[in-house]
Design a protein around this ligand. Sequence first.
Ligand code: SIN
Length: 330
Amino acid sequence: MEKTELKNIVILATGGTIAGKAASGTQMTGYTAGAYSVADLLAGVPELGELAHISGEQLCNIDSSSITDALLLRLAQRCNELLAQDDVDGVVITHGTDTMEETAFFLNLTLKSAKPVVLVGAMRPATAVSADGPLNIINAVKVAVDAASAGQGVLVMMNDEIYSGRDVTKTNTANVATFKATNGGPLGFIVGGEVHYYYRSVRPHTLQSEFDVTGVTALPRVDIIYTHIGEDRVFVDAALAAGARGLIYAGSGMGSIHEAVEAALAEAGVVVVRSSRTGSGIVAAGLERWQEQGFLYADNLNPQKARLLLQLVLLRTQERNEVQGVFLKY
Ligand code: SIN
């Protein structure tokens, strides 16, 4: 392709293993994530110059396990600014894999553009023998410049697979094939260096989403209560004492609630949404008793994604029917 026909893609770097540095080529754990800058990353993949006009921007350089609500808001706002520019055709976000699914879902709900936005990371640090980052970045830029990526919502490109930000989740601590959509599958693949799509996400996102974080400086506190045998009400009470305005209950099975905790949830006086710790499947309305107590259900969002959706909806309402409608819609 002629250089003049290439699209303009911004690489927005946030850190993670893709920018990670270890002491040797075989060290795959215990390394420092977010050690290399965006300039270092781009210098490692000169092939990008054949695919797009690339510019790099460093938003932060951290391990994604430490991302805060404030940083998430800043990332969404910066993406919206970039996407509004005529000279930006798409954004690729380099990101740690640990919380990539959360950022991807949050951006999927809050970005106001049909231009492609693709999150990418790596499971092996940049110093590793067989580091997966460089090819992942090349593939992410290929996805970002592909016309079929427009209007697909925020995407995650990992290990030759393209996922919807709504559905993707990290399923394995170390394997490069860690990302899956446990209630479905990838939207597409990169094979032979080419982008192939087969599916679309039907849940509203980006331009169809009602959520807008322009000017928002903080999100309501929502905590996740993770059930287990022998659970008691201590964490529910602690969350409420800390100012939680909503609770996601990561229940067993189909969002089942430990009987020792049920009263605490019913008395909480905040929105309670049942999700599941199982990793896949739908959580439905469940027992009539739970419905009478006003407990809502997360459909097939995992607890960490349900938390983000509840934070966004609580910016404008805590009316139970409306909140439930949002969970069934998004
Ligand atoms: C991180 O999430 O920042 C560290 C782990 C990774 O990127 O794989």
